[in-house]
Write a protein that binds this ligand. Structure first.
Ligand code: SF4
Ligand code: SF4
Length: 457
């Protein structure tokens, strides 16, 4: 793509980076067919190619002219699902381009006071587990107000309340950290586990299952003091500096362990966070105090499925043959290009894995998208649930808490994190919500030969 930036514009590293990305686009349009918003609306401006043109135009106009409402509207409607990046034959780095666009929009436009308040509220609450837990406890009291909020056009507030769990009784995990879960047997690896922000409040069982499974199979698991939210929530709202502050905090917390030289990986079990942590090296590349450390952190980051696949868990201790629909979170399949590993692990653990039709299309969760763009998110959610229903599965496995929370409250099929199902087959308790399926899991292990045959098919 031809660009027309003045030399003084290109002296800004952000514009120079955008120009490099823009120039790779050959406007072939292959990305349009896989873009959820283009699939829904058929509007070029809601496609990756259309957004790329809008962003180019916004950046070329220069800092004197503010971004138009049109560019903000269509960039806001982007889910950051990165499906376009998987498809693009030219290697256009849309993820960093849209990050630049969002930061420009945040700095150079003023949103309505309602939008500003809502965004401030989300960034004040979501990344902080204590605040988030308190908000979730309060949510059921405000739930009866949902119809009223919708009537007065406060659909984002209504969407936020609808997402909160119905029961105020939030589960508390067995291992909250900081600390180290020491392996029961001979140590084969030592890892840091990122416990994140919302996941440890909404479903602490996922961290418990991860720690239990790893510790049982020879891995020491460290939960570092001071680590927290990865920064994705604020990053996707254009708050680039705030996102960097979260990244620095995590780098500092993990560096104490890494500097001792005994860390084999940083395990992330929420794929939305994993995509961001793997990008810390890029995010902090201009920060002399953090660039090298952030690069090292990113190189150590592994999604839990990625780590377990390479680690070779061996045969499971139990066998169920339950039919599992694998929902591939966008942040895992497009953001991290992890496709086969979770499926292979589930098969190895004795589950019959089926794919969800239209698996490349986002479910509409996308961080805070299901609050800020609740109507589009609702349409994508309904489409995804129809596709899940068609699999006739006993349970849905997913590797991202965002997707699980977004979909499970309207699904006939229960959801579990992939690692919860694997932990169950390898000796852990039945995942919460799957108690009715407990009878299908037999303690009699299959002969090893049969397990391997099953993987090969
Ligand atoms: S597929 Fe890639 S090169 Fe083609 S239009 Fe989309 S972003 Fe541009
Ligand atoms: S990130 Fe997703 S929603 Fe955004 S342009 Fe790419 S495919 Fe479309």
């Amino acid at each position: 793509m031809q660009t027309n930036f003045a030399p003084e514009q290109l002296s800004d590293p952000r514009i120079a980076e955008a120009e490099r990305i823009l120039r790779r686009c050959v406007h072939c349009g292959l990305c349009t067919a896989v873009c959820p918003t283009y699939v829904l609306f058929g509007d070029e401006r809601d496609s990756p190619r259309g957004r790329i043109y809008l962003i180019k135009d916004m950046l070329e106009r220069g800092r004197e002219k503010p971004p138009t409402p049109q560019v903000r509207h269509h960039v806001d409607r982007c889910l950051t699902c990165l499906s376009c990046m998987t498809t693009c034959p030219s290697g256009v780095d849309y993820m960093h381009l849209v990050d630049i666009a969002r930061a420009e929009i945040a700095e150079r436009t003023t949103r309505s006071s309602k939008e500003r308040m809502l965004r401030r509220l989300l960034t004040f609450v979501i990344p902080y587990p204590r605040r988030f837990r308190f908000a979730l406890k309060m949510a059921p009291l405000a739930r009866p107000l949902i119809p009223l909020l919708e009537r007065f056009g406060l659909k984002e507030a209504a969407a936020m309340l609808a997402l909160a769990p119905v029961s105020p009784a939030l589960r508390s995990g067995r291992f909250l950290g900081p600390g180290t879960a020491v392996t029961h047997g001979t140590r084969r690896a030592r890892v840091i586990l990122m416990t994140g922000c919302v996941q440890q409040v909404l479903r602490p069982d996922i961290n418990d299952a991860t720690i239990r499974l790893l510790a049982r199979r020879g891995v020491d698991v460290v939960v570092a003091d001071g680590a927290g939210c990865c920064g994705a929530v604020v990053q996707h709202m254009g708050e680039a500096e705030e996102a960097k502050a979260f990244a620095r905090r995590n780098v500092d917390a993990w560096w104490k362990e890494i500097a001792r030289g005994e860390v084999d990986a940083i395990i992330v079990n929420a794929s939305g966070c994993g995509t961001t942590v793997k990008d810390y090296g890029h995010m902090l590349r201009h920060d002399p105090a953090y660039a090298e450390k952030a690069k090292r952190v990113s190189s150590l980051a592994r999604d839990v499925a990625e780590f377990l696949f390479d680690y070779k868990l061996g045969a499971p201790e139990r066998w169920s043959g339950l039919r599992v629909a694998y929902h591939s979170a966008c942040s895992l399949q497009h953001g991290q290009q992890i496709h086969d590993e979770p499926r292979a692990l589930l098969k190895q653990a004795g589950f019959a894995v089926v794919d969800v039709p239209e698996g490349h299309l986002c479910c509409g969760s996308a961080g805070t998208y299901n609050i800020l763009q609740s109507e589009i998110a609702g349409q994508l959610k309904a489409r995804k649930l129809d596709n899940i229903r068609a699999t006739r599965a006993d349970v849905v496995a997913a590797g991202n808490i965002g997707c699980i929370t977004h979909l499970e409250n309207a699904s006939d099929t229960p959801f579990a994190h992939t690692v919860e199902l694997i932990d169950w087959a390898y000796g852990g308790p039945v995942p919460v919500g799957l108690e009715h399926l407990a009878g299908y899991m037999t303690d009699v292990p299959k002969p090893r030969r049969q397990v391997e045959d099953f993987i090969e098919t």
